[in-house]
Design a binder for this molecule. Structure first.
Ligand SMILES: CC(C)(COP(=O)(O)OP(=O)(O)OC[C@H]1O[C@@H](n2cnc3c(N)ncnc32)[C@H](O)[C@@H]1O)[C@@H](O)C(=O)NCCC(=O)NCCS
Ligand SMILES: Nc1ncnc2c1ncn2[C@@H]1O[C@H](COP(=O)(O)OP(=O)(O)OP(=O)(O)O)[C@@H](O)[C@H]1O
Length: 193
């Protein structure tokens, strides 16, 4: 089963609530960080493509610097994805194979719809919120200007396209208590025999 949603829609918040109930979460954003840690072939490839300007003084990936480049340039973004996505996929497959039999395994994949992966999952859950709420949460969390936040939204599928791929929708326009109640309902649906 896959969980997706636009940037800052609340995927991590939903995944945390599902993990509390015992789900095993395989989060592509977490794997995306692991495959570019210092000493990985991924980070070497990024330096070769984007130059030393996307590294911090201690040799780690400067995520803000790389973000400024790739969210302003679709070709640069495609190059980055061609470095990270195969490594992310490989790690996800390994983790899926290692999950105990019978467990509820949830792949959190921000770019599920963009990458055309929806058909690979029996159930697609979409976390949904209106664009203004999404922008406000994104700006508050990442300290972005409205323009930079809009560039990140524009790098993703539209809300309509994502909703069209959904089997189940978790609406996240309210507060965290409301989200907790919705996730309780979702868990019932996911585990109904
Ligand atoms: C560009 C990077 C360095 C920016 O790092 P930053 O810490 O600011 O963001 P973070 O990694 O936490 O991602 C936050 C969100 O940005 C969005 N996002 C990330 N990469 C992309 C992308 N290539 N295209 C569209 N949206 C993206 C997703 O909604 C994601 O959940 C980073 O996002 C990255 O390495 N992206 C490429 C890997 C990738 O495609 N990750 C998405 C999961 S498959
Ligand atoms: N219902 C809510 N009420 C208030 N704040 C929320 C709610 N849901 C999420 N947030 C906040 O909004 C921000 C984005 O949420 P979260 O990190 O879960 O989104 P995400 O979809 O995982 O983001 P990304 O695509 O960037 O990985 C976070 O700062 C989170 O604490």
């Amino acid at each position: 089963m896959a969980l997706t949603g636009g940037i800052a829609s609340g995927k991590s918040a939903v995944a945390d609530l599902l993990a509390e109930r015992g789900a095993i979460i395989i989060d592509a954003d977490v794997l995306a960080r692991e495959v570019v840690e210092p000493g990985t072939p991924g980070l070497d490839a990024i330096e070769a493509r984007f130059g030393a300007g996307v590294l911090t003084p201690d040799g780690a990936l400067d995520r803000a610097a790389l973000g400024r480049i790739v969210f302003a340039d679709p070709d640069a973004r495609a190059d980055l994805e061609s470095i990270t996505h195969p490594a992310i996929r490989e790690r996800a497959e390994w983790l899926r194979a290692a999950a105990p039999p019978g467990s509820v395994v949830i792949d959190v994949i921000p770019l599920l719809v963009e990458a055309g992966l929806a058909g690979r999952f029996d159930t697609v859950v979409v976390v949904d919120t209106d664009e203004e709420t999404q922008l406000a949460r994104l700006r508050a969390r990442n300290g972005l200007s409205r323009e930079d936040a809009l560039a990140r939204l524009d790098a993703q599928a539209s809300r309509e396209r994502r909703l069209a791929a959904a089997d189940l929708v978790v609406e996240n326009t309210g507060d965290l208590d409301a989200l907790r109640r919705r996730v309780a309902v979702l868990w019932g649906e996911l585990t109904r025999a």
